[in-house]
Design a protein around this ligand. Sequence first.
Ligand code: TYD
Length: 131
Amino acid sequence: MEPKWIQLPRLGDDRGGLSLAEGGQHAPFEIARVYWIYKTGAEVARGFHAHKELEQLAIAISGSCKMLLDNGSSKVKVTLDDPTRALFVGPGVWHEMSDFSRGCVLLVLASQKYDEADYIRDYDQFLQSYQ
Ligand code: TYD
């Protein structure tokens, strides 16, 4: 599968960096929730789920990590290491995050509030639904 990257505005100047994402514009959805993953050990892998409806944008606002994306037919592993570039993770995409650098902060913008019923956490069940 092809990863979908969204280039965010770069408004930095000689004072430093400034980037942003507006709901409905840079994020192709209205933003209902924001969460961030930080202080993750280099050996830790997390995620291991897909969503039924949730749309998300992931941005490594500091440091870097990797994300495996799997749509049931093919997989791709990408590196998030640019605070001006967002990775779109739509419904039906199994994802796994790993290789977190020291100090990595992964910011995630989500289209809906947290709902455990939207998660598919069993890989075989995911394949049955999306393969
Ligand atoms: P989890 O989905 O396991 O994290 P990841 O997939 O990134 O490894 O989330 C950890 C716990 O936090 C789990 O009990 C669900 C809860 N949680 C919320 O309550 N709200 C949220 O917005 C998120 C992302 C997680």
